[in-house]
Design a protein around this ligand. Structure first.
Ligand code: URA
Length: 201
């Protein structure tokens, strides 16, 4: 948009999103969960949709899955201030069910605009729902987690959702391997900025 800074554009998007009534999820929400973090970062993390705590606090990944996400980020030398976190849908689906296709369709333009303005180089999808939306509709998380895809010139990887890792700890070793691969690429792409963490190569 001519004459408008990215900061202003982002703020306008945020304000408009707060008023959204495009799908029935607005009727049961406490807060719209727009996203959180550093929008100038080259890294965006995309989850599925707000849960109970996120709905109450208006911020993504602040419940138990969020605590695990913070631990996972720490392993690869990252924290929330170094990236941006958003979701496929901005309002909580009742009882934490998967967002319906119609709800995702109604909401997807908010995320598309966030991605356009932020222009991240690297996207990490958390779970099947985000991967199916961002990578390909027939994405198989059990087979394709940890693999890199190129979409609109951005590198995208999906890993198991932290909630899945809380339910089934047997998935954790595979996710550790995926996170190491994620960090490997960060280290190559942004050697000064990213790629620390507790693992020593
Ligand atoms: N799960 C998600 O996918 N997103 C959140 O913000 C919280 C839990």
């Amino acid at each position: 948009m001519a004459g408008i800074t990215k900061q202003q554009e982002w703020q306008m998007l945020h304000n408009a999103c707060m008023e959204c009534t495009a799908c029935p999820l607005h009727q049961t929400r406490t807060n719209v969960v727009f996203g959180v973090g550093e929008r100038k970062s080259p890294i965006m993390i995309i989850g599925e949709g707000p849960g109970e705590q996120e709905d109450l606090q208006g911020e993504p990944f602040v419940g138990p899955a969020g605590q695990l996400l913070d631990d996972m980020l720490k392993l690869i030398g990252l924290d929330r201030s170094m990236l941006y976190i958003a979701n496929i849908v901005k309002c909580r689906p009742p009882r934490n069910r998967d967002p319906l296709t119609e709800e995702q369709d109604a909401c997807s333009h908010w995320l598309a605009e966030q991605i356009r303005i932020m222009d991240p180089d690297i996207i990490l999808c958390l779970g099947r729902v985000a991967a199916m939306r961002m990578i390909k509709p027939d994405f198989k998380i059990t087979k394709e987690h940890g693999k890199w895809f190129l979409r609109d010139n951005r590198r995208i990887m999906a890993i198991y959702h932290p909630s899945a890792l809380l339910r089934d700890e047997r998935k954790r070793p595979e996710t550790f391997a995926d996170l190491r691969e994620f960090r490997r690429v960060l280290r190559i792409s942004y050697p000064e900025m990213y790629g620390g963490g507790c693992w020593v190569e």
